[in-house]
Design a protein around this ligand. Structure first.
Ligand code: ADP
Ligand code: GLC
Length: 484
């Protein structure tokens, strides 16, 4: 089974969110079970430490500098670098015009052009690095043109004759909309737009991936169902219902090499399910970092998030005062909408002894928060999978979530009577429901033995990629067979 996985972000080279974690871990797990997998990603220049720390000396060796790519009415060139993610090679497409601007995502038509170029370059790369792939595994709109190019520009190309595509939806909320006038520049005919990319007068790269791929997956079973409904389907639910036989949900895994309190080198003291003593030291350390008093008795409630409406930040904003009134300490790590940052800054300025904020991207701090916090909030409006709730489980940090997407699949209410469950979950999108769950958690928090039980229930969970990799491997085999 020969697979090429294309992703616009891959941890530890580049990251804005969970896609990077998935693309950084799944290939390693697949390689471990004998899958011949290569990763392809853009080589961003000048990111600094803002989104991971890709840099000139971080992308391995220069393989060749003459990859020619038919694009934008002519031929463009890219250099190709190669590094190793344990057993899986990662190839970087290096073109300064498109990826040399010091950011991962911009906006508008130029962004779509950048990733159309990346998509086309990935296909040209495939021809240079070995035999035909059985599967090209595409991820989100940035790679949504790969299946479309295969179905059009490469339709008669014998190299890709037996190549199937799996298109994974990580987030339907970002679609890569563009002006249909750009189509010919990207190398597509008008009819391709009409049946496979048109979206209410605009064009959508996400729709392209959904329409042209051999098969589809998304990152949790629940989200696979949800996106077929108008509420969560972002106006693509009709198309997704049409393709439902080809759509599966595979829950993301966790890279426990990165995210385990036993071995995590970012945290003050390591600890384990058998000895949670170190977690208190991590809490002390975290409070100190955020310049908060060492009130170790008080519960520390945290969020680590992109500050967008997706993440239910307005529910947090509407309930934070009540949590603070109940004596909680509150910690924020996030970046995104300025209005949310300003709001949390205002809360901090009002109660500096109880609230700590850090705006920006900080991976080390994310680990320190998972280790040092008592409760973790994820009241998302929608959540394809969500990784932080699974990291929280491993660190004995109790998640309080809204029951959508992967959050519903992974978090189960803790019941005092049975002592079963690993966190707290509510359904209505309402600050009152969130607060109810917070109070429920608080009651248990003050009952030390019961809280330990709840923490341990979470720490027992095994979401390792090694298990999930088998699901992908099976899916690859089915999809490849369907193509042949
Ligand atoms: P999403 O991909 O929708 O943002 P996930 O829960 O799947 O949500 O993944 C988010 C990932 O990004 C996690 O690894 C989380 O720790 C990380 N993350 C989010 N915000 C920050 C931040 N400000 N600093 C560091 N890491 C962050
Ligand atoms: C997206 C989703 C998130 C998911 C991640 C990785 O960013 O918002 O829920 O965990 O992709 O699949």
């Amino acid at each position: 089974m020969r697979v090429i996985l294309a992703s616009s972000e891959v941890f530890p080279y580049s990251k804005t969110g969970g896609l990077a974690d998935v693309a950084g871990a799944l290939p390693k797990a697949l390689a471990r079970i004998g899958c011949d997998i290569s990763v392809v990603a853009p080589r961003y220049i000048g990111l600094g430490r803002r989104h991971g720390d890709i840099s000139d000396d971080h992308t391995g060796e220069l393989l060749f500098d003459d990859l020619s790519i038919p694009f934008a009415g002519g031929v463009r060139y890219a250099a190709v670098w190669r590094d190793w993610m344990d057993g899986a090679p990662i190839y970087f497409i290096d073109n300064a015009e498109y990826f040399g601007h010091g950011y991962i995502y911009g906006s508008g038509n130029f962004d779509v052009e950048r990733f159309a170029f990346f998509s086309r370059a990935s296909l040209e790369l495939a021809k240079r690095i070995g035999g035909p792939p059985d599967i090209i595994h595409c991820n989100d709109w940035q790679t949504g043109f790969i299946p479309a190019y295969l179905a059009t520009a490469y339709a008669g190309d014998s190299f890709f004759e037996r190549t199937a595509t799996l298109f994974t939806i990580h987030n339907l909320g970002y679609q890569g909309f563009f002006d249909p006038n750009l189509l010919s520049h990207l190398g597509f005919a008008w009819d391709v737009y009409q049946y496979g990319m048109e979206f209410h007068g605009m064009a959508s790269a996400m729709k392209s991936g959904i329409y042209f791929s051999t098969a589809l997956s998304t990152v949790s079973p629940k989200y696979a169902q949800e996106i077929q409904t108008p509420e969560f389907g972002n106006k693509l639910d009709g198309l997704l219902r049409w393709r439902r036989i080809d759509l599966i949900g595979i829950l993301n895994g966790v890279d426990y090499h990165e995210w385990s309190p036993e071995t995590d080198r970012n945290i003050a003291v390591n600890y384990s399910i058998n000895d949670l003593g170190g977690k208190l030291e991590c809490k002390r350390d975290l409070l100190q970092r955020y310049r908060l008093p060492a009130d170790l008795e008080k519960p520390v409630v945290a969020i680590i998030s992109r500050l967008t409406t997706q993440k239910g930040i307005d529910l947090v904003a509407q309930s934070i005062w009540r949590m603070l009134e109940a004596g909680a300490l509150f910690i924020v790590l996030g970046s995104g909408a300025e209005s949310y940052e300003n709001y949390f800054q205002h809360v901090r300025d009002t109660l500096p002894q109880q609230v700590g904020v850090y705006f920006g991207y900080n991976n080390t701090l994310a680990h320190q928060i998972e280790a040092g916090a008592d409760m973790f909030l994820m009241p998302s409006a929608y959540e394809p999978c969500g990784l932080n709730q699974m990291y929280s489980l491993k660190y004995g940090t109790v998640p309080i979530v809204r029951g959508v997407g992967g959050l519903d699949d992974t978090i189960h209410n803790f019941e005092r009577a049975t002592e079963k469950g690993n966190g707290y979950k509510f359904y209505d999108y309402s600050p009152d429901r969130l607060i109810e769950k917070f109070y429920e958690a608080l009651m248990v928090y003050y009952d030390r033995d019961l809280w330990r039980k709840l923490q341990r229930n979470g720490m027992h969970a095994d979401h390792s990629w090694d298990r999930v990799a088998h699901d992908y491997f099976d899916a690859y085999q089915r999809v490849a067979a369907a193509k042949k």
